[in-house]
Design a protein around this ligand. Structure first.
Ligand SMILES: [Zn+2]
Length: 414
């Protein structure tokens, strides 16, 4: 992925996150909020047929309000679908519609269409509830890592992928390792030797399977997780069966009771802390760098105005934005031609007093602060990094530095 593409996708993810946050707030008084996930290969005409069917079935809903609301939502979705030809946009789309509580017994009819989510919609889903269904979209937004998974004991093994949050089993093997009980007439030494040989062969087979799957993609892999009961997984790792480059990528070994496909899921669960840590690695590194520059160097800037000024100069190498920053910037221009900006939260535009001439300016141009900064960043070739608040220094970016900071290309003194 080129830097530009990554920035596009960061920006798009941010836009999606904002819409999802809005959608999550809504509640319906009954099961009347409709969500439809449309995969990219589903014909729009099929979706329309499904919606028509649901519309007629909704006539059986007992509560008159709910019935009317569901039917209105479905009609609104059908109207939106008219804008699409035979197929949905790339990666599919998600439609949301329903009468949401607006307080005081009132409802508002809202309809949103999210086109081309960051990953393809996997399956068609029709969902009607008192809340919109946003989880599948949220999972797509989760940082997308690629991890190789291996679970094994002496009898069977499974290898697969973890892509983002999705576990994909790929190959399995089962062994011919004899049990611990030897048959009568066999010498104990001979039995032990054969058994060790069989175990060794099986580990080699599992490693071969893992190597075939992971080695070609090793440059895209974020790490490898190995799971199983003790001592199998330890023997497997200590015996250096894996390709040496893969061996170096092992993030950890984990106790997992099952080694069938469900074991792959157990492995991901068992590794959740390691995975969370890994996901934040880039964020942590960039914040370490920021604090180092702040204390010992001169190439750090923070706060909205100083960062913006540095951005305008083209002096910012990496723009750091807190993932949880939710503010707008209002740009005011007084009649004397002074332009000033103010950060606001919530709705409404406060009156601004021009700091240079004292004029009261009533109205300004309101814009999302992240959109505002990212637009300048894109024009100046500055990389934008969204920083999680799930670790201490990430939290500090939001609470102590206003959610906005920058690592500079050169010291500017701003
Ligand atoms: Zn002024």
């Amino acid at each position: 992925m080129s830097e530009q593409e990554r920035e596009q996708s960061d920006k798009q993810k941010y836009e999606f996150r904002k819409v999802i946050e809005e959608l999550k707030e809504y509640r319906g008084s009954g099961t009347q909020l409709v969500t439809i996930y449309v995969p990219p290969d589903r014909l729009v005409s099929d979706v329309v047929a499904h919606v028509t069917q649901e519309h007629s079935e909704a006539s059986n809903i007992k509560s008159k309000d709910t019935r009317t609301n569901v039917q209105d939502a479905l009609k609104s979705i059908k109207d939106r679908l008219k804008y699409y030809d035979t197929k949905p946009p790339e990666n599919g789309m998600v439609l949301f519609s329903g009468a949401v509580d607006a307080g005081g017994g009132q409802t508002d009819m809202i309809t949103r269409v999210l086109e081309s989510p960051p990953q393809p919609v996997e399956s068609f889903r029709y969902h009607c509830d008192s809340e919109f269904l946003t989880e599948p979209l949220e999972e797509m937004l989760a940082d997308k890592g690629l991890f190789g998974l291996v679970v094994l004991d002496r009898r069977e093994a499974n290898v697969g992928w973890l892509r983002g949050k999705r576990v994909e089993p790929v190959k399995s093997a089962s062994s011919l390792v004899p049990g611990k009980q030897r048959k009568g007439g066999q010498s104990a030494q001979r039995f032990a030797r054969l058994r060790l040989e069989a175990i060794d062969n099986f580990y080699q087979e599992v490693a071969g399977m893992a190597n075939d799957l992971f080695v070609p993609d090793r440059h895209d892999i974020d790490g490898i997780l190995v799971g199983g009961p003790s001592p199998t997984k330890d023997e497997f790792l200590d015996g250096d069966y894996l390709h040496h480059e893969l061996q170096d990528m092992v993030l950890g070994k984990f106790d997992v009771a099952y080694t069938d496909e469900s074991g792959l899921h157990d492995l991901v669960d068992a590794a959740s802390e390691v995975l969370a840590e890994h996901e934040m690695l880039e964020d942590k590194q960039v914040m370490e760098e920021f604090f180092k520059e702040l204390h010992d160097g001169d190439k750090a800037t923070y706060g909205f105005e100083p960062t913006r000024e540095n951005l305008m100069m083209g002096a910012v190498d990496r723009l750091l934005i807190s993932e949880d920053l939710r503010q707008d910037v209002v740009t005011y221009e007084c009649s004397n031609g002074h332009t000033e900006r103010e950060l606001v939260e919530g709705t409404g535009t406060p009156t601004h007093t021009c700091s240079r001439c004292g004029e009261e300016v009533e109205d300004g141009e309101r814009e999302d602060v992240i959109d505002h900064l990212m637009e300048i960043a894109n024009q100046r070739g500055t990389e934008t990094i969204f920083v999680s608040t799930d670790f201490e220094k990430g939290e500090q970016l939001l609470t102590a530095f206003g959610g906005v900071a920058g690592l500079l290309r050169y010291a500017t003194g701003v």
